[in-house]
Ligand binder design. Structure first.
Ligand code: BGC
Length: 763
């Protein structure tokens, strides 16, 4: 079979007017010429409109306000009539949404429709796994398909814009928003960010069931000090360009319609005031032609940052930097007009920002093909949406441990279903579930009952009411249920609200008395299967140790139950792989696979650990390596890791050349055999290391991957393409360079294993 590396740099799909990237082969039906003509026509219409607008109307396009909870107060009506609002967010009541658009279109002088936005982060009514869970599926097509369902549902409800995907690289699981992104790796995040953009926007943004996507939070938000949300990021420019910016660049190349600035500062400059990020990189280098929205109050918060004096200063700095639309705060709506009239801001900057917004509205077809006069809440997920949500949940679950091949359980097994998350239809939906309905959720308990089809074989005893409960009075019943059953299925983790925005944690343990619950169940001696539902990696090796098998399920969404039941009982085979390194303990953070080697790497030498040190030891550099005395250096589980109910053997790694130039694409082939008796899916991963460079390079970097289905006993030849141009980095002068020299290459099932080879890049 032939597999290809997803090449992010050339995956521009549709939305050609905004996309600077070349068309894919599939787009040949849209000749460049007609795309250029369409683009010119949009520009002509935007200019024509702009020419008829007053200063106040132009500023109106830059203003976004929050909904008034389903009402349309008189003050709002008046602002709409005056053309002083360009966009709203969160109007979920269809009647209000329709009335707002009606006033804007019929009662304002120019009749410009509003852009209605909503956080559709991992589904609208049908809730898919949280983005970190979707990342664990390593399946771009699935991400695209899920986003397309979300776009369909959200557009039916009257929205034309989502504030997603979030693509902040996160290497600190204390940060609650790690749940909302694609994990720690720039390549994986880039591929998935582009895939999600394609899902929301489709080939043609003006299609009535597509919505504009938003690349957020630009930039460096995931590098918050200490993993505290909103905190400062200090990122050298080379690292910013090599690690934090690539997903945003990939989104821009995929034609994303909008960008959102982040709350944080980077190197002393808040993103909403960063000319470097917005003008130099986004517009100048990447040719972005959509518009930039601030985050909620992120402009006015520049006063708290100590970067702006007052709202006048905020308006000047944000507009100058290149923020086109202000979310929630009021620097543009209340201050910009006077600033322009006083000559403190050139009107041309207002024109430019208004044109950027109008361009996206025109692209969306708001003035013609997609008149914003429909809005109704979408009904319950249909069979297709449910099927997709289940497929996504199935692929997102990572099997971390399976001692003695306890899993899958035989259908005849009697089970005790235990834990606060076993039958909770809300918490399994995860963070940023705004419009999912709990009546649509199938819980693990319901699904296990339905799969086993026999009430006697399932004993439900939650033990705790919710994850933070400390009341242990129901532990006895839980232990008794375990005693009477063949195995205990224990569903523990974090409630949805414990991850996501503003929900950073210093301790990544199981909240409440959940650890004690697992202890009580394990003490019965019955085999324990732990199912962890959480928005981040938890550092709970001691809890894992009590279980024979561990499924890490993130927050799987509407179809959590059927997916987990099918995995537990072997209807399906787990295939998720970690998109983020699992630390042993919080003190090990940050820990990520693409670290530097250092001058004293801990690998390949005997390490002195804490108990090896004699009393009254004299000063010495014991062990001479970069590691902790108490836990060594290895993570609990590495990036890319995940087991299956079958085994895969890698053999016969071969490269199309031993020496390549920068213009070449290396073809990498490997035979992957399913040596077990069950069909399975494997995510084949390719990593490289640039051995000697003018700036030191990470010990490994993911450069390609492919999910393959391999029937039991069969071998597939997997071919991955490695463009040599993708091996570069930003050098000391911040030039992107691929330096000649030796590279090592690994292909395997995670970041720490695999077959090894090498090649040389020659000038
Ligand atoms: C979040 C954004 C979100 C916005 C609108 C902010 O608090 O940081 O991610 O899109 O609110 O709800």
């Amino acid at each position: 079979m032939r597999t290809r590396v997803a090449r992010v740099a050339t995956t521009a799909l549709g939305f050609l007017v905004l996309a600077p990237a070349p068309a894919r082969a599939a787009d040949v039906t849209t000749p460049k010429a007609s795309a250029a003509t369409a683009r010119q026509e949009i520009e002509r219409r935007a200019d024509e409109l702009l020419g008829r607008m007053t200063l106040s109307e132009k500023i109106g396009q830059l203003v976004q306000v929050n909904a008034s909870g389903g009402t349309v107060p008189d003050a709002l009506k008046e602002r709409l009539r005056q053309g002083r609002i360009g966009s709203m967010l969160n109007e979920i009541v269809p009647a209000a949404s329709l009335e707002i658009q009606r006033i804007a279109v019929e009662e304002s002088r120019l009749g410009i429709p509003l852009l209605m936005g909503r956080d559709v982060i991992h589904g609208y009514r049908t809730i898919f796994p949280i983005p970190l869970g979707q990342a664990a599926a390593w399946d771009p097509d699935l991400v695209t398909a899920a986003a397309a369902v979300a776009a369909d549902e959200a557009s039916a409800a009257g929205f034309q814009w989502t504030f997603a995907p979030m693509m902040d690289i996160a290497r600190d699981p204390r940060w609650g928003r790690i749940a909302e992104g694609f994990g720690e790796d720039p390549y994986l995040a880039s591929v998935l960010a582009a895939a999600m953009v394609r899902g929301f926007q489709g080939d043609r943004l003006s299609a009535p069931n597509r919505i504009a996507a938003c690349a957020k939070h630009y930039a460096g938000y995931g590098a918050a000090e200490g993993g505290r949300d909103y905190d400062t990021a200090n990122i050298p420019e080379g690292l910013l360009r090599d690690v934090y910016l690539p997903p945003f660049k990939a989104a821009a190349e995929a034609g994303v319609a909008t960008f959102m600035t982040s709350f944080n500062e980077i190197n002393g400059v808040p993103s909403s005031g960063s000319e470097f990020l917005l003008r130099q990189v986004l517009r100048g280098e990447w040719g972005f032609r959509g518009f930039v929205v601030s985050d909620w109050n992120s402009m006015s918060e520049m006063i708290n940052h100590g970067f702006a004096r007052d709202l006048d200063d905020v308006a000047v700095k944000s507009l100058t930097a290149g923020v086109d639309m202000e979310m929630q705060s009021t620097a543009y709506s209340d201050h910009l007009e006077a600033l322009v009239r006083a000559g403190r801001v050139p009107e041309t900057l207002v024109d430019e920002a208004a044109r950027n917004v109008l361009r996206v509205k025109l692209e969306l077809g708001l003035f013609d093909t997609r008149r914003p006069f429909t809005a109704k809440p979408p009904g319950p997920p249909d069979a297709r949406a449910r099927g997709l949500a289940k497929a996504a949940a199935l692929r997102s679950v990572v099997l971390l441990k399976n001692e003695g091949r306890l899993l899958p359980l035989a259908r005849g097994t009697s089970v005790a279903v235990i834990g606060p998350l076993a039958d909770d239809p809300y918490e399994v939906l995860g963070t940023w579930n705004r419009d999912g309905q709990i009546e649509d959720t199938v819980t693990p308990l319901a699904a296990v009952r339905s799969l086993l089809g026999s009430a006697e074989r399932v004993r439900y005893a939650p033990g705790l009411a919710q994850t933070r409960s400390r009341d242990t009075s129901a532990f006895g019943a839980a232990a008794e249920a375990a005693r009477q059953s063949d195995a205990a299925l224990v569903f523990v983790g974090e409630e949805a609200i414990l991850s996501g925005e503003a929900h950073s944690r210093a301790h990544l343990d199981l909240p409440g008395a959940q650890k004690e619950l697992v202890d009580a169940v394990a003490a019965t001696g019955k085999p324990v299967v732990l199912v962890v539902l959480a928005g981040r990696p938890l550092t709970i090796p001691d809890v894992f140790a009590k279980a024979s098998a561990v499924l890490y399920a993130w927050h799987p969404g509407t179809m959590a139950g059927p997916a987990l039941a099918d995995l537990l009982f072997g209807v399906e085979n787990p295939s998720g792989k970690l998109p983020v390194t699992f630390p042993k303990t919080e003190g090990q953070i940050p820990v990520y696979y693409a670290h530097k080697n250092t001058g004293r790497p801990p690998t390949g030498r005997k390490l002195t650990l804490i108990d090896d040190i004699p009393p009254r030891a004299r000063q010495s550099s014991l062990g001479d390596a970069s590691r902790y005395l108490d836990i060594g250096y290895e993570p609990l589980y590495p990036f890319g890791y995940g087991l299956s109910y079958t085994d895969f053997r890698y053999a016969n790694l071969r490269l199309s050349a031993a020496r390549v130039t920068r213009a070449d694409t290396l073809r990498v082939l490997v035979d992957v055999t399913n040596t077990g008796t069950r069909d399975g899916q494997e995510v084949v991963q390719l990593y490289v290391r640039d051995l000697v460079a003018s700036l030191t390079r990470p010990v490994k970097e993911l450069k390609a991957f492919q999910r393959v289905r391999i029937p039991a006993g069969e071998t597939k030849v997997v071919e991955l393409e490695l463009p040599v141009s993708s091996l570069g980095f930003h050098d000391a002068k911040l030039r992107y360079v691929v330096e000649p020299g030796e590279f090592r290459l690994w292909v395997g099932g995670d970041s720490q294993s695999g077959l090894e080879s090498g090649f040389e890049v020659v000038p």
